[in-house]
Design a protein around this ligand. Structure first.
Ligand code: NDP
Length: 452
């Protein structure tokens, strides 16, 4: 049977775009791609990229204050939200255009509309066309979820935060994950009064406990009013703003309430179940190591599969899919030892196991140091950094590395190469320190602080 396309990709985010480009340019496939919103997906349009630019913007207040302490005649003026967001959206337009041009250059046909699956080889486009494809790739990502109707009506999500007309003077953030903690730091840095409520005992569940504690402390020092073990009991709109009463008795009135309470896969109404595709409890597409669903012609990559919801992972999954199906090179994405960074203030970079995870399966040694770095100690700031290695007593391999410090995201990328190669603690030890840096501690920790 002749199909209109060898591959039809639904979703123009990180994973879908990479798969489409590789299948077309290296695999010689005829590829169509549909995107209902803007090309670039969550990462470029409403996630990593605008967030990171906001992290940069928010850091300048402290930098200018520090400059004063270092002897510069410098003072912090007002932050112009409109000036910043104007520039931000110009940059996002530019990046979206690059994504679009790269697809076109690779020969991919773009359909700027929603697409749904009609059967294992047929896609219906919202512009009225129906197309057939030998393979369909679902790369539709996810969306923020609100806990209930009241929070949806009165709150905003991370999708809305980049489109606010003005910077809220008072912001409440609900949640203790990546998004909640990153925006708590960003808005505090921009001069907003931030209150964060998290239902659990400590923020950033799933990450290393020692690191979580230090980050929470650092966020409080930075000015975030963080309430743990706390939920909303009352929330209503009043003339002065949104009134919130928390379960610990704390009451406040804020301009906006940001719900950063997790994300779900975008599979609703996509026609997947009707086409026989097996979905998981949260609506994720269930796939094998090659990103293939139970319907052999339908594959899925990225956040919609609810494996590791990170852009570089989606890109690698998309690439491995294209190599496997169109490049004659069957390979699975390696999900082991994926490093990541949380752009909190202080920043956190981690790779491999947490101490808590490693204890479950290995006999370990823990090397950890926490200290006041030279740059900020000099001007009397209380900031602390943390460097931690979790080592397998038997193989001597470093199972996990955790860094809380300025630039931790940059540092962990480099440490991840060594750890992915199987570096042992002794490999770290025989590497000579770079002095004076904070990261030299990674190669100078001599005595374990704990064994388990
Ligand atoms: P997370 O799953 O990380 O965090 C969700 C938070 O909301 C948790 O603290 C959770 O609490 C809390 N929560 C969930 N439901 C409720 C509820 N009903 N009431 C109150 N609190 C609730 O999701 P995010 O939205 O922060 O991020 C989604 C994903 O996006 C991340 O997992 C990550 O993979 C990716 N991401 C990566 C970034 C990076 O690499 N820097 C940045 C941003 C996002 P509990 O812990 O108790 O479940």
């Amino acid at each position: 049977m002749a199909f209109d396309y060898d591959l039809f990709v639904i979703g123009g985010g990180s994973g879908g775009v990479r798969a489409a480009r590789i299948a077309a340019s290296e695999g010689g496939a005829k590829v169509g791609l549909a995107e209902e919103s803007r090309m670039g997906g969550t990462c470029v349009i409403r996630g990593c990229v605008p967030k990171k630019l906001m992290v940069f913007a928010s850091g300048y207040r402290q930098t200018i204050a520090d400059a004063g302490s270092y002897g510069w005649d410098a003072s912090v003026g007002a932050f112009d939200w409109g000036r910043f967001t104007g520039r931000l959206h110009t940059e996002l337009d530019r990046l979206e255009q690059i994504y679009r041009e790269n697809l076109l250059k690779a020969g991919v046909e773009i359909h700027d509309c929603r697409a749904t699956v009609a059967d294992p080889h047929t896609v219906v486009l919202a512009d009225g066309k129906t197309v057939t494809a030998k393979h369909i790739l679902i790369a539709v990502g996810g969306h923020p979820v609100f806990p209930d109707d009241r929070s949806r009506a009165l709150g905003i999500s991370s999708n809305d935060i980049f489109h606010l007309e003005e910077r809220p003077a008072r912001l409440m953030i609900i949640g203790g994950g990546y998004i909640a903690c990153e925006f708590a730091g960003i808005f505090t840095g921009l001069g907003t009064e931030v209150t964060q409520l998290y239902r659990g005992a400590q923020i950033l569940r799933g990450f290393d406990e020692e690191a979580r504690g230090l980050i929470a402390e650092g966020m409080r020092d930075h000015g975030v009013d963080l309430h743990l073990g706390t939920t909303i009991v009352e929330m209503e709109e009043r003339p002065t703003g949104i009134y919130v009463k928390a379960s610990n008795g704390h009451e406040c009135t804020v301009d906006k309430v940001l719900f950063a309470t997790g994300r779900d896969p975008n599979t609703k109404g996509l026609g997947l179940e009707e086409a026989g595709v097996q979905l998981g409890r949260r609506g994720e597409v269930i796939v094998d190591a090659y990103s293939q669903s139970n319907i052999p012609s339908i594959y899925a990559v990225g956040d919609v599969t609810d494996r590791i919801a990170l852009t570089p992972v989606a890109i690698r999954e998309g690439h491995a899919f294209a190599d496997t199906v169109f490049g004659g090179n069957k390979r699975a994405m390696d999900h082991d030892l994926v490093a990541s960074a949380v752009f909190t203030q202080p920043e956190y970079g981690s790779v491999g196991m947490t101490e808590e995870e490693a204890r479950e399966t290995h006999r370990i040694e823990v090397y950890c140091t926490s200290f006041r770095p030279m740059r900020t100690a000099f001007i009397g700031r209380p900031d602390r950094v943390l460097f931690k290695l979790v080592v397998d007593q038997e193989s001597r391999k470093v199972l996990g590395c955790h860094i809380v410090a300025d630039g931790a995201g940059e540092l962990i990328q480099v440490a991840a190469v060594a750890i992915k190669m199987g570096a042992t603690k002794e490999d770290f030890d025989r590497t000579v320190a770079v002095h004076p840096t904070i990261s030299e501690e990674l190669v100078t920790m001599r005595t374990p602080i704990r064994t388990a």
